[in-house]
Design a protein around this ligand. Sequence first.
Ligand code: DQA
Length: 141
Amino acid sequence: MKIQIINGPNLNLLGVREPTIYGSGTFTEFFETLKSKYPTVEFEYFQSNTEGCLIDKIHEVGFDCDGIVLNAGAYTHTSVALLDAIKAVTAPVIEVHISNVHCREEFRHHSMISSGCKGVICGFGLDSYRLAVEAILNFRQ
Ligand code: DQA
């Protein structure tokens, strides 16, 4: 079972960036805990602040892995190109958000990418990623 986690712009600053919204833990710390919880799953992690690099990664892994957990950050709300990349590959993509985007500014209420995704999880802090992993494990078994 291979699961790719992809984080978009500004998510390299988790732990530092707006901790009241995104928490004070780093993604690296969380990722180590996640890997230890699922020792049989092969996890890969990728983060980029650049839209094209996120698209390239989806193309690279999207015909091979069992699922992609994608937090596209602000590109969620703007990127038709990411939606097209998600639709182009065969691996199921789960859209995740740390915060509950529906409780925030109006511009965060709409996702450009949801219609290409298998499902959406938001609002559970970093646990949103683990819930997405659980979802992939459940429908892949
Ligand atoms: C986010 C929500 C987005 O609106 C925002 O631009 C982010 C993070 C989240 O995980 O809550 O960068 O995707």
